[in-house]
Design a protein around this ligand. Structure first.
Ligand code: NAP
Length: 249
């Protein structure tokens, strides 16, 4: 029920952090991996090769205009198919509401929401054509539920991810394609390095996590494996928190 042998997964933002851990875990479970990022990702390539799977990296800044059908076509052309899409790439920009620029608003929403819509639309079209079903998994956030501080664009985009997930799931269920999101809690990645370096914020955050520790990329990758696998066929349109209990505190 968890074997992905013969399948192809496309992971955005697989150079570092949660996306890299997801790509490696999917490869170790049998999938060949395509990845999109704005930079080269040699470490990810090496680790997927070590798992014995094929790897195809596409260099594309998802904050710029792009042709999603062309990117999905390149994945199909190189690896033969696409079964799983992990929309993980994301950025965060912090500023007070009064000073929050339209440039930052657009940059965050372009990568965190617009690119997710575009890639999901193009990947779903290919999955529907192939008639094998599929899996789309979007990375949400605690800020899909809460407002956060000094992160208006990120909060808006991550709330949007939950709605987009439900809307796409409803349309794609008839094609055997599930669409779900995962909401990571506070995880140890580059994305949270500023928070972890701020002694006061870091102490406050840790004190509120019932499990008493920050999450790791591997904590998230295992949840992604469940949603990517045949085991989760009746799970769709939902967002699963992987947060050490943060939301219930
Ligand atoms: P990260 O280590 O900073 O990784 C972000 C990834 O996104 C990078 O691999 C980066 O690849 C890619 N990316 C960023 N901008 C891009 C762009 N313009 N075009 C293409 N790719 C781009 O952070 P992370 O923590 O793993 O974050 C992954 C996801 O989890 C994000 O959606 C984030 O919002 C979400 N999240 C994280 C946490 C947390 O605690 N860490 C909590 C909740 C949600 P390149 O450098 O190659 O562009």
């Amino acid at each position: 029920m968890f074997d992905l042998t013969g399948q192809v997964a496309l992971v955005t933002g697989a150079r570092t952090g949660l996306g890299q851990a997801a790509a490696i875990a999917l490869a170790q479970t049998g999938a060949d991996i395509a990845a999109i990022g704005s930079q080269e990702m040699p470490e990810t390539a090496e680790r997927i090769a070590a798992a014995g799977r094929r790897f195809f990296a596409i260099k594309q800044d998802l904050g710029l205009a792009f042709d999603a059908a062309e990117l999905i076509g390149a994945v199909k052309g190189t690896l033969g198919r696409i079964d799983i899409l992990i929309n993980n790439a994301g950025i965060i920009r912090r500023n007070d509401l009064a000073d929050y620029s339209l440039e930052d608003w657009d940059a965050v929403n372009d990568v965190n929401l617009r690119a997710v819509f575009q890639l999901s639309q193009a990947a779903a079209a290919e999955m529907v054509r192939a008639r094998r079903g599929g899996r789309i998994i979007n990375i949400a956030s605690m800020l899909s539920y809460q407002g956060g501080i000094r992160v208006v664009a990120y909060t808006a985009a991550k709330h949007g991810i939950v709605g987009l997930t439900k809307a796409m799931a409803n349309e794609l269920a008839a094609h055997g394609i599930t669409v779900n999101a995962i909401a990571p809690g506070y995880m140890e990645t580059d994305n949270t390095s500023a928070l972890r370096q701020d002694a006061d914020r870091s102490r406050d955050i840790l004190a509120r996590i019932p499990t008493g520790r920050w999450g790791t990329p591997d904590d998230l990758a295992t949840a992604i494996l469940f949603l990517a696998s045949p085991a989760s066929g009746y799970v769709t349109a939902t967002t699963i928190p992987v947060d050490g209990g943060w939301l219930s505190r």
